[in-house]
Design a protein around this ligand. Sequence first.
Ligand code: THU
Length: 135
Amino acid sequence: MTISSEHAPLLEAARAAAEATYSPYSHFPVGAALLGANGEVIKGCNVENISYGLTNCAERSALFSAISQGQVPRSFKVMAVYAPKVELISPCGACRQVLLELMAPDALILCQGSDPEQSRTWTLEQLLPGAFNAF
Ligand code: THU
């Protein structure tokens, strides 16, 4: 599924979020934007560390930020993810597990890279079939 035009503002927020990236090791900026139940948009970017494994992806940054700000877990229906240095971005395995737990069960994940024609919209079931799930 490609990205519906109704989600253009959320994708624009993901692009803006990528500008805030702290990625001096990979030089691979990623931005994510989450639509809160109250209509608020919460952004996240990847934040790296010299101890590489401590890196936080943009998707998890957005979710952790939203919940830290008082948004309700599993109330999020849409997340947009943008990465300019790849034709199409795809969430990593760790983020897929976190998305499954914290997004709404019927949420959509919109992914875009440098080639908008390749953009994809994923369901959580498509991202992590047969998952170990808490809900
Ligand atoms: N990264 C994300 O933030 N989201 C993804 O979907 C894939 C990868 C980050 C982690 C790291 O900072 C950089 O991109 C390269 O892997």
